[in-house]
Every structure is written in C-alpha cells, then in structure tokens.
Design a protein. Structure first.
Length: 138
C-alpha cells in the first residue's frame, strides 16, 4: 500500500467537528492517553474511566453521546475539549489505513471531511508515520 499517495496528500482541518460526530464508532484510548486526558480534566483515572471510557474486549474506547458525538466534544462550539491530549487515533486522522487504502476511499472520506484535499500537503513519509502510529486499529 502507499504508491498512490507517493506525492503526498492535502489535508488541513477546518475545525468543523464532523469527524467527532455522526455514526457510532470507537475511539481507542490506551492507558498513557487515558492518564493524560484524566489529568487534563482534573479527574482521577477511576472517575475518568467511569465517566468517559467503555471496555470493548481487551481495549478501551471513549464513550459517545446518544447522538453518536464524542463525549469530549463541546456540543455548542463543536470543539474538542482535550485537543492537546487527544488520542493517537484523533491525532492521526485522516491518515488511517481504511481511509488511505486507495484513492476511492480517500475521496469517499472527503465527502464527509471538508479538510481532505485542501491546504497543506503531507508527504508520503509523514502519512506512513501516522499509519504506523495507529497500527492495525484503523
Ligand atoms: S471532519 Fe475534517 S475538517 Fe472537520 S473537524 Fe474533522 S478533520 Fe477537521
């Protein structure tokens, strides 16, 4: 995988919040990330876990509101409330295996995310680094 984006891909977030809302899904969080987010919210790790995490098999995911939006998204401003400590999965979006699998998948995601195809060009190596960071999870 990878040849099709050898010249890099354009992406620049507009801050619209679409990727943090809508269809239900998982936002994987590891222990290091959970600890950082809990500290940012001034919660103990246990309180943070009770309020914001759900166990899915052996892993942990952030919880969602009933409308599918992330519980850590401010519903009024549609801004992430933990942005600087957001999980790797959020940090590496949209450079996920499922999205950069081929040009068609990338274009399809572009109908949802207005940041795709605009702004700064990310070179192939940066994209591969993002893919390695999420491993096989996305
Ligand atoms: S959908 Fe795209 S442009 Fe909108 S907040 Fe998410 S990454 Fe940014």
């Amino acid at each position: 995988m990878g040849d099709w984006f050898a010249d890099g891909l354009r992406f620049e977030c507009t801050g619209c919040g679409e990727c943090c809302t809508g269809a239900s899904g998982y936002v994987w969080v590891d222990e290091t990330e959970a600890t950082a987010i809990a500290a940012r919210l001034d919660l103990s790790i246990d309180d943070f876990g009770r309020r914001y995490l759900r166990r899915v098999g052996a892993r942990l995911s952030l919880v969602e509101r009933p409308d599918g939006s992330c519980a850590l998204l401010d519903p009024a401003s549609r801004r992430c409330t933990i942005y600087d400590d957001r999980p790797t999965q959020c940090r590496t979006y949209p450079f996920w295996r499922s999205i950069v699998a081929d040009e068609e998948a990338w274009s399809r995601e572009g109908t949802r995310c207005p940041g795709i195809g605009r702004g700064r060009r990310h070179d192939a190596e940066a994209i591969r680094t993002a893919l390695r960071a999420t491993g096989a999870t996305r």
